[in-house]
Each structure stands twice: as structure tokens, then as C-alpha cells.
Design a protein around this ligand. Structure first.
Ligand SMILES: Cc1ncc(COP(=O)(O)O)c(C=O)c1O
Length: 347
């Protein structure tokens, strides 16, 4: 399906430039959710059916990041999935994170300080050169949430493997618009409520075979039990990464299944081209050189107020304007934003 064929699926009010905060649902996801809410209200729904969406959404996530569904865990937040991994690394490990990194990929590591786990930092653009054999884990957001800066996954992977360190990636701001190969990392964890446009509450994470040997199923419950064995002391868990699952947030997955399938059918390459082209049209309009991201960060004094007056929804991160462009963003949205700025330029 081409991107222009898919476009009528979305209906945001003009001026939504904030997918880095949350994504807008396509009609298929919205409709599936409404049907399910009605089933819930009337008591005519079957959770067994809702549950099937979970498997379908997992399979789509796996396909989107280029790995097997059997190696993908399902949870509800990135921080909880990373906490599972952080709890598995050996006592006294050294974890390298960017010096300015989203909290969900920081706190799970610092919370292990009682076991002698030490967190060290480097600027995100110097991370690769900082990796040496004193580092046991590299934990990084592939696309920085505040600035949109895209890290070089292949270079991080090569450096981490060279130092025998685990590479743990928070892919939340990447999956859905950036073509990726999750198999380059040991963990590749992402929320779906931003660039994959689902309600909040679904997180998927690829785990490498090496990491699957280390991680224990600390948050597993009834939904992972083999053969619907819900009672008793003996936990019979699957052999694949679903043994790490949290029980699924049904309604989120009901919307996620058709939405992630739609993203697959449009194709991440086409979405990437569209998003970055619009981001670059915005950059050109404020006199910035082209970039490689769907997120633009710029220090434009007065922009926030101008946007508010014009009804444009964006964010401010670290004192800078953050605007983001996705599949449903149009040139008209970009023009609206540039008109609102009306000559204001980056400081
Ligand atoms: C890079 C990144 N990771 C994770 C999250 C959300 O984390 P969690 O799923 O723990 O709420 C966000 C939300 O803004 C984010 O930007």
C-alpha cells in the first residue's frame, strides 16, 4: 500500500507536530479499539480473542525490526523491560549511557547501584569512542528524544562487540520511521505509542541469545504459562522470549495489531523518506541545514508562544523547540508552522 493511499486513514487536526510525544491512531486501530470497548461494555467480548492481537502485534514488531518473533518479549513500558535486563547483568558491571538520556533508560541502571553497578556517561556523539573493555553494557536511545539525534547503530554494535559489551538500545523514538536492524543489538526495546501510533501500554523488545541466557522471567505471570496452566507452584514457561512477557494490556494490543500491520504494509522506507523530507522542509524554512531525523530541535526564542497562538502542538525539551513529522504530517502542517514563526529564526 502506498503512503498516499494510506493517508486518509488518519485525521489529526492541522498542526500536530508532536509524534515524539504520542502518535495519532489510524482508522483501523481506532475502529478495532471502539469495537472492543463496546464488547467490553456489553460483556460480549472474549479476552481470548483480544489476546490474539498481542501475538499479531508482536509478529509485526519483529518484522519491522528484522528479527524473529520468538526473540521478542512483550511488556507495558520501556523502563520495566529495561529493569528486567538491568537486574540480570552481573554485580559490579559498568554501564555506559549518554550524558543526556531519557530517564527510562537511566533509572533502571542506576537502581542497580546497591549491587555495585556503576553508570558512566559520555556525550551521545562520543559514545562509540568511549567504549572500551572497562564497559560491560552500552545503553543508548537510538534516536534521542530531546534532539532527534540519530546514533549509528552499526558503529555502536561493532564497538560493543569489540569490547565484549552488551548493547542495549531504547528504540522508542526510532521504530516506525527509521529502518533498523535490531539484530545488531543485544536488546532492542521500544514503546509503540509514539511512531507506531497505538494507545500507550505496549512495549516490545528483541533479546539476543546471549541476553536470553542472562535474563530471568521476573515479571512473568499467568499469560506466559504453557497450556493455560494458571495455578500451582511449578511454572512451566515457554522456551522463547515470551517467557519474559508481562500479561498483555488487551485494549492497547487490539489497536496495535492492525496499526502495526498497516505500518508494515506502507513500509518503513517510504515513511522514513516522507518524514525526513518534511522535517527538512521545516529546517529549510528556518534556515537550518538538512538533517537525517524525523525530529527537529531548534532554539527559537518566542516560538512556543507563536505556536500556541496558531494552535500548533509541539514540545519544548531542554529549552529548545521540538517538532516531529510522521506519516500523517503534510506540507500544509509545515507551512502552518513556518507561517506561525513568521521570520523567527534559530538563535
Ligand atoms: C526515548 C524514550 N524512551 C522511552 C519513553 C517512555 O518510557 P516508558 O515506556 O518507560 O514510559 C519515551 C517517552 O517519551 C522516550 O522518549
Amino acid at each position: 500500500m502506498s503512503l498516499s493511499e494510506a493517508l486518509p486513514m488518519w485525521d489529526p487536526d492541522p498542526g500536530w507536530l508532536n509524534t515524539a510525544s504520542y502518535g495519532i491512531p489510524p482508522q483501523v486501530g481506532w475502529d478495532a479499539l471502539q469495537r472492543t470497548l463496546e464488547e467490553w461494555r456489553s460483556g460480549r467480548g472474549s479476552w481470548e480473542v483480544w489476546e490474539q492481537s498481542h501475538d499479531s502485534a508482536r509478529a509485526s514488531y519483529a518484522a519491522l525490526v528484522g528479527v524473529r518473533p520468538e526473540d521478542v518479549l512483550s511488556g507495558s513500558t520501556v523502563s520495566a523491560a529495561l529493569a528486567l535486563i538491568a537486574a540480570a547483568i552481573p554485580d559490579g558491571s559498568t554501564v555506559l549511557v549518554p550524558d543526556i538520556e531519557f530517564a527510562s533508560n537511566v533509572f533502571p541502571w542506576t537502581a542497580q547501584a546497591h549491587r555495585g553497578v556503576q553508570v558512566v556517561t559520555a556525550p551521545v556523539d562520543r559514545l562509540v569512542e568511549r567504549i572500551d573493555d572497562t564497559v560491560d553494557v552500552v545503553a543508548v536511545g537510538l534516536v534521542q528524544s530531546a534532539t532527534g539525534e540519530v546514533s549509528d547503530l552499526a558503529a555502536l554494535s561493532a564497538a560493543a562487540r569489540g569490547a565484549d559489551a552488551l548493547l542495549v538500545v531504547d528504540a522508542t523514538q526510532a521504530v516506525g520511521w527509521l529502518p533498523v536492524d535490531a539484530g545488531l543489538a543485544d536488546a532492542f526495546v521500544g514503546d509503540t505509542y509514539k511512531w507506531l501510533m497505538t494507545p500507550r501500554g505496549a512495549t516490545f523488545g528483541y533479546l539476543s541469545p546471549r541476553l536470553q541466557e542472562l535474563v530471568r522471567p521476573l515479571q512473568t505471570g499467568w499469560s506466559a504459562a504453557v497450556d493455560g496452566q494458571y495455578y500451582g507452584l511449578e511454572a512451566r514457561l515457554p522456551q522463547d522470549a515470551s517467557r519474559y512477557d508481562q500479561a498483555p494490556t488487551w485494549f492497547t494490543h487490539v489497536a496495535a495489531a492492525p496499526t502495526l500491520d498497516l505500518v508494515r504494509r506502507i513500509g518503513v522506507d517510504a515513511i522514513h523518506e516522507h518524514d525526513v523530507a518534511l522535517a527538512n522542509a521545516f529546517r529549510a524554512g528556518i534556515g537550518m541545514a538538512p538533517g537525517d531525523s524525523a525530529i527537529v530541535s531548534a532554539d527559537i526564542p518566542g516560538a512556543e508562544e507563536r505556536f500556541r497562538e496558531a494552535g500548533i502542538r509541539a514540545s519544548v525539551r531542554g529549552g529548545r523547540l521540538r517538532v516531529s513529522f510522521h506519516v500523517y504530517t503534510t506540507q500544509a502542517d509545515v507551512d502552518l508552522a513556518l507561517d506561525a514563526l513568521d521570520g523567527l529564526a534559530p538563535a
